[in-house]
Design a protein around this ligand. Sequence first.
Ligand code: NAP
Length: 498
Amino acid sequence: MRIPNSDERRQNLIGGAWVPPSTDKYDPCTNPADTREVLGLFPKSGAADAKEAVDAAAKAFPGWAATPGPERGRILSRAYAILKANVDLVAEALCREEGKVFGEAKGEVLRGLNILEFYTGEGFRQHGKTLPSEMRSTLCFTLRQPVGPVALITPWNFPFAIPMWKTAPALIAGCTVVLKPASLTPVCAHLIAEAFLEAGLPPGVLNLVTGPGGAIGDTLADDPRIKAVSFTGSNEIGLRLYQRVAARGVKVTLEMGGKNPVIVLDDADLDLAVEGIVQGAFGSTGQRCTATSRVVTTPRIANDLTEALVERARKLRVGNGMQQGVQMGPAVDPGQLRTDLDAIAQARSEGARLLCGGERLSSAEHERGFFVAPTIFDQVQPGTKLATEEVFGPVLAVQQARDGEEALRLANDVAFGLTASIYTRDYFQAMRFVERAEVGMLHVNQPTVGGEAQLPFGGIKATGVGEKEMAEEGANFFTHLKTVWLDYTGSKRTSNIY
Ligand code: NAP
């Protein structure tokens, strides 16, 4: 396992073999911290390649579905060992293809491996229920069975963890997979596929196709042999995909954008809140679905909080994440850089007050990457773009509320519903927040970010559609539940109901 050289051509994985794309076209993977650095050339595949991958997944499905769960788990377990032995290499690949700093990249790889480890054991636990029947001498139970070949479409911001948190549950459930990673970040997906191949996954069980989402996505969405689609990415693409797949009556799960608030009440532990907000807002350059993008604070603590946040943000060292001491990396590409700068310009024009940052960094250390200074605005008015729309960059909006009640109202006043947090020592306020925050996940006295293998992950409102990911729920998405009546009376039914 190694990181590709700059002029090295990688291929699609189809039917257990690395095959060139039908288009004969390749795209470079470029380091967003230093655009002179290229991490290999990856297939710019088209519809024909996606179809070939579905052919392979369909052919492999009966054999993989019939393989006992524990045996599937053992193959996943070998892939885990291979990746675990290469954690630093994978983390370096991640840091260089996506830009997050090495420590965060390693954290992501370890988190992805926790998820894989969790699902290795799920091979022993694919359980249904036994339930009583209305009828005598009748055994009733439910059975989980894999839905069939599935398509997994993933974004660039967690190029190791998200492909893993979709692939591992699909495989353990007995599904065969066509994985389409984001075009900007194909390297980690390749390393994952290599590990599964080396671990002994039968040909066609995992297929990997890289290239533009449009042609590949449409082919996967429309192919009648694809029985479920799991997508993480933007609302625009996700909802378009949803309409297409739902028209076939096939299972879909979508995890999309967020505009995650942190409420800080007057009684909060200020240092703890500042630490959590800085981590949530500027960690991974704010390019996390769970990033803290809003702070809603009450009056007595507001000044101290914003002053402390600005002091911390100004001190963050921004640069190439492979360098020691760097705390925040670049935007992933020129498009995301433009989005960040446009959001900053828009916030200024909407009357928000810029407290720090607000610009592209262009010193010698930064001139070859897409770096934006950690940015904080306060006096952000409800309903403005910065208060309601996802930026997906290191731009934090601070809003003030009269009291806890208004803070909760402002926190809920967005279309999205992924995650939220509250900092308070007041148990009653915390419990009101737990009950009324309109999100799929929430934290008390913790940053908005994070997830654990055994805990369901995902949002509500405009963020999420379908089953949550990770945990038992993540694997359940890839199965059908069959209900069985087993009559051992040998005579006609005796219930009053039937
Ligand atoms: P994106 O542009 O929607 O792309 C996501 C994936 O969809 C990529 O693989 C992309 O391929 C593919 N795609 C593009 N067009 C498609 C089409 N017509 N049909 C099917 N697939 C298509 O999103 P992104 O910019 O990579 O990711 C950022 C977004 O992801 C943010 O909104 C963020 O909040 C969200 N996100 C959500 C979660 C969550 O759990 N809620 C987690 C992480 C990220 P190409 O790369 O080739 O375009």
